[in-house]
Design a protein around this ligand. Structure first.
Ligand code: GRF
Length: 218
């Protein structure tokens, strides 16, 4: 099978991008990152991409008069690479409905909580404030509802008495680096289908996300 062509969108550090680059290099997933696009110049993730020999682009939202103009420029840039999958990896910009609907079942996001709990920002502090005993990360398909699309896989970690927002952030991040390549690998293997807002995994409807306990590798 030819590698799954993907484009990755970032806004910052790009540690999830790095995990995907590494998983491809280690031949754990059969994918090819055709380009990395950032809405912020100078971020570390762009250097990670360049170091891996991947084409990079910066499309600064500030340079466009409105969301539609930015979304159109971003879409044109992505589409020249003809990806089968668009991967949001710490992309901190809300995308318009038209943009999202342009990639039905072809855009993934990773979010640092066990969605549908704690959509939005500042998840680690909110989990602690709510006294939850479990936390984690979720990979989901992107729909117009923010952090609300169908869930594919989650990593679950226990919240311990001495955890802080910082310690949770670190632990969750580590799990993201495992489940994001895992999810992309499943898609590359053709194990995941998406129809009318529903995920089919190995030919069966996925009623709830695949949940994996915290681990060090896959
Ligand atoms: C991750 O925590 C991800 O869940 C969130 O943004 C962060 C990106 O981190 N969407 P990085 O840039 O991949 O290191």
């Amino acid at each position: 099978m030819s590698p799954l062509p993907i484009v990755v969108l970032i806004s910052g550090t790009g540690s999830n991008l790095q995990a995907i680059i590494d998983a491809i290099a280690a031949k754990k997933i059969n994918a090819e990152i055709r380009a990395v696009i950032s809405n912020k110049p100078g971020v570390a993730g762009l250097q990670r991409a360049r170091d891996a020999g991947i084409a990079t682009h910066v499309i600064e939202h500030k340079q466009y008069p409105d969301r539609n103009a930015f979304d159109a420029a971003l879409r044109d840039c992505i589409d020249q690479y003809q990806p089968q999958l668009v991967v949001l990896a710490g992309f901190m910009r809300i995308l318009g409905d038209g943009f999202v609907q342009h990639y039905p079942g072809r855009m993934l996001n990773i979010h640092p909580s066990l969605l549908p709990e704690f959509p939005g920002l500042d998840t680690h502090r909110r989990v602690l404030a709510a006294g939850h005993t479990q936390h984690g990360a979720s990979v989901h398909f992107v729909t117009p509802e923010l952090d609300g699309g169908p869930l594919l896989v989650q990593a679950v970690i226990p919240v311990q008495a001495n955890d802080t927002a910082e310690s949770l952030q670190q632990k969750v991040h580590q799990q993201e680096h495992i489940i994001y390549p895992l999810a992309i690998g499943w898609i590359a293997e053709g194990r995941v289908q998406y129809e009318n807002n529903r995920i089919f995994f190995d030919g069966k409807p996925l009623e709830k996300p695949v949940q994996i306990p915290a681990c060090n590798a896959y």
